[in-house]
Design a protein around this ligand. Structure first.
Ligand SMILES: [Zn+2]
Ligand SMILES: [Zn+2]
Length: 122
């Protein structure tokens, strides 16, 4: 690293702000995105931090009244986001890439969407 700082602080700040905005957008749960598909997308993209970071973000946006959701999931064996995926939502169609969420029609419901109809194979 040289001491020569050519980048004006203003530009650095603007870039920083843009990055924050971008990550805000990327981590925003879809309007009807179910918890399962959201967690899968976030863990795939950003990983699990050993807590309910994404579960709580989803809950705050999609089911703000489900205060006990992280605790309920923990009781089912999902003590962090990736464990929720493994233990609470183990049924996911076998696929080598993420499927688009089929949509959870009931606002506030943490039940996973039904991806079955999207399966091409019998
Ligand atoms: Zn985890
Ligand atoms: Zn879904």
């Amino acid at each position: 690293m040289t001491q020569d700082r050519k980048t004006p602080q203003g530009i650095a700040d603007a870039v920083q702000a843009e990055l924050v905005e971008l990550s805000e957008l990327m981590t925003e749960p879809g309007e009807r995105e179910c918890l399962r598909c959201y967690l899968l997308r976030m863990i795939n993209e950003f990983g699990c931090d050993g807590a309910h970071r994404w579960t709580i973000r989803w809950r705050d946006r999609r089911a703000p009244r489900a205060r006990g959701l992280p605790r309920r999931l923990a009781q089912l064996g999902g003590c962090c986001d990736c464990e929720v995926m493994l233990n609470v939502f183990p049924q996911y169609p076998e696929t080598d890439r993420l499927l688009p969420c089929a949509g959870q029609p009931q606002p506030g419901s943490a039940a996973p969407c039904n991806l079955r109809p999207l399966r091409r194979t019998a």
